[in-house]
Write a protein that binds this ligand. Structure first.
Ligand SMILES: Cc1cc2nc3c(=O)[nH]c(=O)nc-3n(C[C@H](O)[C@H](O)[C@H](O)COP(=O)(O)O)c2cc1C
Length: 244
């Protein structure tokens, strides 16, 4: 990836899309990335085109999203206890790849019509959420700004996002800066990154969205600090391993 912090700073949730189609080359890159991530994670992420039905005429999304044509359907195996965390970790990687391609994105857990989603959900699977993707106007419209202010709580300072028993090394703070830039449901930033006995791990609440937020925060930390993060409640950060 290019400078990862530039990409993370460029990414903000976008809820209005232009009709410009995603060109074949960018689509191929997204499809390759999805295949790679599905192989790694055992998720069943799908790229959906002509997907406007999931956002039109649905009261929960009324006025929130406009012009959605494309989204990633974040589908996975119901019996996998790490499914929601994987959705966050691997899905956010896809978000950052899309951002590098100049596309706008938004994680959507609630304001879409699950029933109208055009994707395959096999017997043992469920859809955790979708991520809208596509071209957007250059800057946020005043409507988008208003919606963002409604669904985005004020961000927390880095100090509120971590705990430690002694002053952590410099790379830890790079990881934390990346966590600060990570999206989370309603921007609640419910994940704590802990540094105790020279080990980095993460904790959060029990809700499924908390688990997605935890996967997203771990991926940001891994990319920012330079390493990989094991999934699961006791998962540890491994410095200098491949993030994905
Ligand atoms: C798991 C998850 C679910 C989300 N669900 C919605 C949603 O249903 N509707 C919506 O408008 N935004 C949704 N968002 C986007 C958040 O509101 C947004 O990421 C947060 O306010 C931070 O803003 P930013 O992404 O611009 O940094 C969701 C984000 C996450 C991570």
């Amino acid at each position: 990836m290019d400078d990862i912090f530039d990409t993370m700073r460029t990414r903000v949730s976008r809820r209005s899309y232009t009709p410009t189609p995603i060109p074949a080359e960018a689509e191929a890159k997204l499809l390759d990335t999805i295949q790679y991530l599905n192989n790694k994670s055992n998720l069943h992420i799908q790229f959906v085109k002509n997907g406007e039905a999931a956002f039109k005429g649905f009261k929960k999304s009324y006025g929130m999203f406009t012009g959605v044509q494309y989204y990633f359907a974040m589908v996975g195996n119901k019996s996998d206890p790490l499914m929601y965390e994987k959705v966050g970790y691997y899905g956010e990687y896809l978000v950052l790849v899309a951002t590098e391609l100049g596309l706008g994105t938004c994680w959507v857990g609630a304001s879409f019509d699950k029933e109208a989603c055009k994707c395959d959900i096999f017997a043992n699977e469920e859809i955790a959420c979708v991520i809208t993707v596509g071209y957007t106007p250059n800057s946020l419209s005043s409507r988008e700004k208003l919606i963002a202010s409604m669904v985005k709580d004020k961000g927390k300072p880095v100090e509120d996002l971590c705990d430690y028993d002694k002053q952590p090394p410099e790379w830890f703070w790079k990881g934390m800066e990346a966590v600060r830039l990570a999206p989370s449901a309603r921007n609640r930033q419910p994940v704590k990154i802990k540094y105790y006995n020279d080990v980095v791990y993460a904790t959060t609440g029990e809700f499924n969205y908390n688990k997605i937020d935890m996967g997203i925060a771990k991926l940001h930390f891994a990319l920012g600090a330079g390493g990989s993060f094991e999934l699961g409640e006791n998962g540890r950060f491994i410095k200098d391993a491949e993030a994905i």
